[in-house]
Design a protein around this ligand. Structure first.
Ligand SMILES: [Zn+2]
Length: 371
């Protein structure tokens, strides 16, 4: 067992108080004991000027089963229907093994170094394995049933359930899932094609579904004309994660802000850029008071599973958003939304696990006020 020691940095963002300058985290038995201006132990490590310590991150959306991919799928059009076609081809190839993918993902250094918990969407066909790991895996079993007859009779176990997306889930499945009273993650307002299908019952997603099922009927599958129809139904669940939400309108964002205790949006920054979506309305979401979390999405659209890289990318893409707000989205807000604060996740205080994100900052001043 490691001897107690004190870890120092120029800045510590504990997320449970103001940022601390030139402080020390005193660590014993893998847990934080205290934060002090002077090291409590003779054994010390200082990370140097311009160093920043954050709590370890919470990755609010991933598909670890796809982690045998060595690089994102080559899909020049970046259209969702072409990408799904390429994804399904990978899933049918001999290279694909969901359980191995999950195991490999949980050993990836960039995940272990940055992340304490990951919300993982698991296909129904793969059994819910939970290999031992320093990263807590919160599994959401993905359910797809665009007709009533396809709805499974019993719901699978796991942390939560994931009705896949509007075009692949019928109202009966959604209602059955809501009745389970468990956390729900659903892809919603992800593409313009999805909005087109909802509003007009036309477009590439309809063609894609008709290729899978010539009898696919948008009238009986879709719940309504807008993502709002889904948000209203989902708001009956105890804890809801809206994945992407790239094209939510103002009324839908206000609805989410009004339900922020139980409903969050998960922004997957580098995956969003891969699909060449319209700019993400992050500033507007934050201004409205929406709870925004960060996720990586899968290795089918990003090069690695590092939430640190996601935070860096957000800082580049959204210069109006203060760094500490971005850090908070990647750490405290995720831990809070997944109800992990009581385990000391998402903050640095007495009893928290000694798991941190370590950053370097070239500009050591001007952090602004904490939220
Ligand atoms: Zn996803």
């Amino acid at each position: 067992m490691e001897h107690p020691f004190s870890l120092g940095a120029q800045w510590i963002f504990s997320m449970v108080g103001l940022p601390l300058e030139n402080h020390w985290i005193n660590i014993a038995d893998g847990s934080v004991e205290s934060l002090t201006a002077q090291p409590a132990y003779p054994s010390t490590r200082h990370l140097g000027v311009e160093s920043i310590i954050l709590p370890a991150a919470v990755n609010a959306h991933a598909h670890l089963e796809l982690s045998q991919l060595e690089s994102p799928l080559e899909v020049p059009s970046r259209s969702m229907s072409d990408w799904v076609t390429a994804l399904l081809a990978f899933r049918r190839s001999p290279a694909y093994d969901a359980e191995k993918g999950i195991q490999q993902a949980l050993c990836r250094p960039e995940l272990l170094e940055s992340t304490i918990a990951v919300a993982d969407i698991v296909p129904l066909a793969s059994s819910v394995c939970n290999p031992p790991s320093a990263v807590r895996r919160l599994s959401f079993t993905e359910l797809i049933a665009w007709r009533k007859e396809l709805v499974p009779e019993t719901m699978p176990p796991g942390f939560g359930l994931s009705p896949h997306a509007p075009h692949t889930v019928c109202p009966t499945l959604l209602e059955t899932i809501i009745d389970q009273d468990v956390p729900i993650a659903m892809h919603l307002a992800e593409t313009l094609e999805e909005l087109q299908l909802l509003r007009h019952h036309t477009g590439p997603l309809l063609e894609m579904m008709r290729r899978a099922d010539p009898d696919y009927d948008p009238k009986s599958t879709l719940l309504g004309k807008r993502p709002m129809d889904y948000l209203q139904l989902l708001s009956a669940a105890p804890n809801v994660f809206i994945i992407h939400g790239n094209y939510l309108d103002d009324e839908e964002l206000r609805f989410l802000a009004a339900h922020r205790e139980t409903m969050s949006v998960v922004y997957c920054p580098r995956s969003h850029a891969y699909f060449r979506h319209a700019p993400y309305p992050l500033q507007k979401m934050l201004d409205y008071g929406v709870r925004v979390l960060l996720g990586t999405d899968s290795l089918a659209s990003v090069p690695d599973l590092s939430l640190v890289e996601e935070m860096r990318f957000v800082l580049q893409q959204h210069p109006s958003v203060l760094p500490e707000i971005v850090y908070r989205m990647g750490t405290f807000e995720g831990a809070s939304a997944f109800r992990l604060l009581h385990e000391g996740f998402g903050g640095i205080q007495s009893g928290s696990p000694a798991r941190f994100v370590i950053l370097r900052r070239s500009r050591p001043t001007g952090f602004g006020k904490m939220q």
